[in-house]
Write a protein that binds this ligand. Structure first.
Ligand code: GRG
Length: 292
């Protein structure tokens, strides 16, 4: 894990505009929001899926960075006063607190653009087969980030405050808000190597959907069981903000059981890959038992 985390930190640092390049304040804020923080779970998923298809580390670091930039943008926008209105992220002041709201808005916009610029890089693949694959990657990440993915999930989330959602409604919200980007990370990682059979691809996608939902169920549990100091973001905020979560819907015990069940289902989907799925199995254990 540390190898991938270190590699992503170095790659992001190299690919982000230098802090002194004009407009320096925006570039500094982009680096502030993307570097020195985060578990890098989405890159870990991409690298683990890349092991299934023999993807090169050079390609994997580019697609992983693209996904991580989308994730960083979503956190910056999510923390804004007009959204979740939070002051702490990754143990530091949120981007709009450290800089200002207009800068934070532009940071999110610019990180998103940079993500797609990375996916269009010629060193990701220049032969015609690879160009078709790059287009597929761009489409996949765009779909996962937009109104049918993460942004759509955020819209449902904003509309759900103070309301009671049933389990299918909650699942849809989370599958879009959190799950779509994790699913994209897995599929983009796999696309860095040999083409998977239709059956293997469907199994991997099934795994990614379950792992994405599992990540969110655990996030809901951590929000009400772990301290702000450990999380590096404001704990207990879901309840204060009257957000529907798996804990508010099922209670803590049943939410934990549901997470265990999702973990088992995710691992079942990996059976087809045998030993090559080992890294994804380990990552599933990590997201299930993580403490922050
Ligand atoms: C603003 C379009 C837009 C979308 C925002 C991702 C998101 C949608 C909101 C973040 C709020 C939140 C708590 C989501 C639940 C799970 C989640 C994505 C947690 C943060 O991800 P981690 O734990 O964060 O991977 P680190 O800091 O480790 O990268």
């Amino acid at each position: 894990m540390r190898t991938v985390q270190t590699r992503i930190e170095a790659t992001l640092s190299r690919l982000l505009p230098p802090a002194e390049a004009i407009p320096a304040r925006l570039h500094q804020a982009m680096r502030y929001a993307s570097l020195n923080g985060g578990k890098r779970v989405r890159p870990l998923f991409a690298f683990a899926a890349g092991e299934l298809t023999g993807g090169s580390p050079e390609k994997l670091e580019i697609v992983s960075s693209a996904v991580e930039l989308i994730h960083a943008y979503s956190l910056v926008h999510d923390d804004l006063p007009c959204m979740d209105n939070d002051v702490l992220r990754r143990g530091r002041p949120t981007c709009h607190v450290e800089y200002d709201e207009p800068t934070a808005l532009l940071v999110g916009d610019s990180l998103q653009s940079l993500a797609f610029e990375l996916l269009a890089r010629t060193d990701l693949g220049s032969e015609s087969a690879n160009s078709a694959r790059q287009l597929e990657m761009v489409r996949l990440l765009a779909h996962a980030s937009g109104s049918s993915g993460m942004a759509g999930g955020q819209a449902i989330d904003l509309g759900a405050v103070g309301n009671v959602l049933d389990q299918p409604e909650l699942e849809l919200m989370h599958a879009l808000k959190t799950g779509a980007l994790i699913r994209a990370a897995v599929m983009l990682g796999a696309l860095c190597g040999e083409t998977l059979s239709d059956e293997a691809r469907e199994s991997l996608d099934r795994f990614a959907k379950r792992a994405g939902l599992l990540f969110q169920v655990v996030d809901d549990i951590l929000d009400c069981t772990v301290s702000t100091a450990t999380l590096g973001k404001t704990a207990g905020k879901d309840a204060v903000d009257e957000k529907p979560t798996y804990v508010s819907l099922l209670g803590l015990e049943r939410a934990r059981e549901f997470a265990d069940e999702l973990g088992k289902q995710a691992l079942d989907s990996l059976a087809i890959f045998g030993e090559r799925g080992q890294r994804l199995i380990e990552l599933t254990a990590f997201i299930t038992h993580r403490k922050f």
